[in-house]
Structure formats: C-alpha cells, structure tokens
Design a binder for this molecule. Structure first.
Ligand SMILES: [Zn+2]
Length: 158
C-alpha cells in the first residue's frame, strides 16, 4: 500500500493510483472526463495545465504490448476523440504524449497541450518535466483549469 495525498489535501491508501482512479475508488478533482469499456480519462490537477488529459487503462497492466486487440482498437479511437475535443473545444494546436512503462501506477498516457509559454523550456521531450513543474509552482488559476475539464467533458459527450 502507498499513501497518496490528493489535490484537496485528503490522504488515501491505495495499492495502485491508476486502479483507484479507474475503478472510481478515488474521484479525480474535476471528475471523469470520459471513459470507455477499457479506458478512463481524467486530469491530474496537481499539474494545472488547461486541457491536460491522462488516459489510463482499466486493467492493471504496464506494457503497451499487453493490450488485447479490443483494447488496442478502443485506445486509438479514444485518444483520437480526446485529441479532437482538445482542438475543437480548447483550441489546442499541438499535444505532447508521454508514457513510461516503469510506472509505480499502471498503464497511463499523458496528453500535454503545448502552449507558447512552454517554449522557454525548449522543445521536445527534455522540456516536459520543467514545464510540468513550472505549471505546478506558478499556475494558480485553478478555475481556468477546471473550466477546461468541463469543456472537454461536454465536448466528449457529443
Ligand atoms: Zn493498477
């Protein structure tokens, strides 16, 4: 078991945060953006970037090559829908995708929108971590981030 501090300050004990989120044991701040039979999308508001989406599998797996054929189809269709909603409802022109298999959670992909201010940290993969930390330390407008979640959630219902 690991103790995780949620963004609202509550502490929960979970074996795997991704399992806790996708099963509904832990409610992400801002709620569930969308879900399918095999995947679940939410935002980690600890990194307050408007339009950032985390897509986690519902099964406790770590590797891309563990996805069944059904899950593979569901995954790419779901990612494409989310990407489209980011573009259409929030005007997000570019997204960075980050996924690591040696996670302490389980299979989850970060879809990180690219905004102009991020280019001061460089381009490509080396800028991702500094961008996330910068957002965590400097972005205090949570209402703006929560509004982004709401717009994406509505956009994905259509
Ligand atoms: Zn898990």
């Amino acid at each position: 078991m690991r103790t995780i501090t949620l963004s609202n300050g509550d502490m929960v004990e979970v074996d795997c945060l991704s399992c806790a989120l996708t099963s509904g044991t832990v409610e992400p701040e801002g709620g569930v953006i969308a879900e399918t039979e095999h995947f679940h999308a939410h935002q980690d508001v600890a990194y307050p970037i408007r339009g950032l989406v985390i897509v986690a599998s519902k099964r406790h797996i770590k590797g891309l090559d563990e996805l069944t054929e059904d899950e593979q189809q569901d995954y790419i269709t779901f990612l494409t829908k989310i990407r489209k909603a980011q573009r259409e409802t929030l005007g997000i022109e570019h997204v960075y995708y980050f996924y690591n298999e040696d996670t302490t959670h389980h299979f989850h992909l970060w879809m990180v929108p690219r905004y102009d201010w991020m280019y001061e940290f460089g381009r490509s993969v080396e800028s991702v971590r500094p961008v996330l930390l910068h957002a965590r330390e400097n972005e205090k407008d949570h209402a703006h981030v929560l509004e982004g979640i709401r717009l994406l959630t509505e956009g994905l219902k259509e």
